[in-house]
Write a protein that binds this ligand. Structure first.
Ligand code: S3P
Length: 185
């Protein structure tokens, strides 16, 4: 099997928190007839803890270990759409496993819109000092912009980039399917 034939068995959705990975993922999977796995939700199901609880009680490093283990497992399964966490691709080991085993789709969303979507959410521990608590608005805005700056070049290594912004979910899925079709053919 050549490299692309192998890679088309898995589609990875990447992008910042709030970019729509978990919303787009199941619809995309349904559309192309693949199974769907969400990395964060799987870790939550397997541990019986929320991502917040894992960060708070076991620490962020332990969450990253679980994430790495799951990514390796998923990279060996077929016909799968995987919604990664916003930090998954930042880990070089994860990036190697993902890029060699699948097609990466980056859902690109501008930081101002990310702020709008995230500013009342308490379930993103990397955007807080204390998991479950909100940062002050200006502090949160700066945190999102700083993380966005460091992560954007990593997400941009994806095979396909879709600018999502205010587009309706169905439109974004259509665009992903259209761009994917040249890989899946
Ligand atoms: C994280 C993103 C989250 C989750 C965890 C860490 C990150 O996933 O994995 O809170 O480092 O960006 P979403 O992108 O699905 O929110």
């Amino acid at each position: 099997m050549d490299a692309l034939n192998l890679r088309k068995a898995r589609i990875y959705l990447t992008g910042f928190m709030g970019s729509g990975k978990s919303t787009i993922g199941p619809i995309l999977a349904n559309t192309i007839g693949y199974d769907f796995v969400d990395v964060d939700r799987t870790i939550e199901q397997e541990t019986g803890m929320s991502v917040n609880e894992i960060f708070q009680e076991l620490g962020g490093e332990r969450f990253r270990e679980m994430e790495r283990k799951l990514v390796i497992e998923l990279s060996n399964k077929s016909n799968l759409v995987v919604s990664l966490g916003g930090g998954t691709m930042v880990d070089p080991e994860n990036y190697r496993a993902i890029s060699s085993s699948g097609i990466i789709v980056y859902l690109k969303t501008n930081p101002a819109l990310l702020f709008k979507r995230l500013h009342r959410k308490t379930d993103r521990p990397v955007l807080t000092k204390i998991p479950g608590h909100l940062l002050e608005e200006e502090e949160l805005r700066a945190r999102i912009e700083e993380l966005y700056r460091t992560r954007e070049p990593i997400y941009a290594k994806a095979d396909i980039t879709i600018q999502t912004d205010e587009k309706r979910v169905g439109i974004t899925v259509d665009e992903v399917v259209k761009k994917l079709s040249q890989y899946l053919a």
